[in-house]
Design a protein. Structure first.
Length: 141
């Protein structure tokens, strides 16, 4: 992996995992949905729903980048996705890391005994959209 002078992730010749293009396409669809819903301010799209759509977009973008490079995360929490990106593409997401890790705090659903959801306020959604858009820009070439 290289980080080009355009600020995009460049991929080396590692063996890609089939289907990475589908993840990229799905991420773009989730992000389009979230941006459109937020701009139209439809009440059905609560901050919790928007958070989940944005998180899905981010997960798909990360998976596309990792799979294209022949890598996978250990799990799919934001923390796991960040760790996998850091391991595979050192310093490529430095600007996004803190925001991504903050997003992890809104849902802790992997441990059934410690299951916790604290939806973000609508004021947090623009920042999350910004993170997702920057990540999209970073992983698309």
């Amino acid at each position: 992996m290289t980080l080009s002078n355009t600020g995009k992730i460049g991929f080396t010749s590692e063996q890609s995992i089939d289907g990475w293009e589908d993840y990229l396409k799905d991420g773009e669809g989730f992000l389009r949905t979230a941006v459109g819903a937020h701009e139209k301010q439809k009440k059905v799209f609560t901050s919790e729903i928007l958070y989940n759509i944005i998180a899905m977009a981010i997960e798909k973008f990360v998976m596309a980048a990792l799979m294209r490079h022949g890598a996978l995360p250990y799990n799919h929490t934001m923390r796991d996705l960040v760790e996998a990106m850091d391991r595979t593409f050192p310093s490529a997401i430095d600007e996004l890391r803190e925001g991504l890790l903050k997003m992890d705090g809104y849902q802790e659903i992997c441990d059934l005994d410690g299951f916790r959801i604290s939806p973000p306020g609508m004021d947090k959604i623009p920042g999350m959209l910004n993170i997702a858009q920057k990540l999209q820009s970073l992983v698309t070439t």
